[in-house]
Design a binder for this molecule. Structure first.
Ligand code: G3H
Length: 262
């Protein structure tokens, strides 16, 4: 089973829509210069909601190979939910991906696995791909419970998804202690949990489903460490925060095969 690697840049709450256009253009030029083949490594940017329309316009106008998505979505279809954005609105804007249940949403907005499952369903129903985030905090890691903890998150988020739906999801394993800290998990740490996630998907569904799901690693990924993480069997890409705000650095991450062993 060949899974196309996905490098997704989560900009978090950074860059206004002018800055977004400038970054996407620079990323596109950099990847064009390198003759990047998007069929070999998919490249996505995940800007704040207010940037998406501008990103869509420039991506379409310049026929870029870059795809884009959103950082969150409402579980509801429409109605009196002030401040929320629906999956249909994001789909209409051409979003391919929607990040669901990022640890910052779990921490600051109290999102739990059941809500994350409902959001994933809403995203799938609208024809987009949810990137379902999971991962343990430092206390859990210190107790050595990272696998059980993360698998419980997966069980909760996938409880109401059938195999056909599960197959269309992407998972991002992000140990919270490695996010924005410069503290990157070792490739072995990443493989331990990503491998366990795939095995759990095979238990919950079947091997074919488990093999179809791309599992990304996230947490202080840079061009200097991405190749060794990508060398692991169950790591199919990266959800990149800080390093995705620099076009050349993010392009170098997408071009990880060029600096394997660096
Ligand atoms: O969504 C991205 C992750 O939270 C990783 O962020 P980071 O690359 O800045 O550590």
């Amino acid at each position: 089973m060949t899974r196309t690697p996905l490098m997704a840049g989560n900009w978090k709450m950074n860059l206004d829509h002018y800055e977004a256009v400038a970054l996407v253009q620079k990323l596109d030029w950099t990847l064009k210069d390198a003759k990047h083949d998007y069929e070999t490594v998919e490249v996505a940017v995940i800007p704040p909601f207010t940037d998406i329309r501008s990103v869509q316009t420039i991506v379409d106008a310049d026929k870029m190979g870059i795809v884009f998505g959103a950082q969150d979505v409402s579980e509801h279809e429409s109605g009196a939910y002030t401040g929320e954005i629906s999956a249909a609105m994001l789909s209409r804007l051409g979003c391919t991906y929607v990040v669901i249940g990022h640890s910052e949403r779990r921490q600051y907005h109290g999102e739990d696995d059941a809500l994350i499952g409902r959001k994933a369903k809403a995203v799938l129903k609208a024809g987009m791909t949810p990137i379902i985030c999971c991962g343990e905090g430092l206390d859990v890691r210190k107790e050595g419970r990272q696998v059980d903890y993360t698998l419980a998150q997966i069980d909760g988020a996938y409880a109401d998804l059938d195999a056909d739906e599960a197959k269309k999801t992407v998972i991002a394993y992000e140990p919270v202690w490695a996010i924005g800290t410069g503290e990157v998990a070792t490739p072995e740490d990443a493989q331990e949990v990503c491998g366990a996630i795939r095995a759990r998907l095979a238990e919950l569904y079947d091997q074919e489903t488990a093999d179809a799901v791309r599992i990304l690693y996230g947490g202080s990924v840079k061009s200097s460490n991405v190749a060794e993480i990508m060398a692991k069997d169950d790591v199919d890409g990266a959800l990149v925060g800080g390093a995705s705000l620099k076009a050349e650095e993010f392009a170098a991450i997408a071009r990880f095969t060029e600096h394997a062993g660096a």
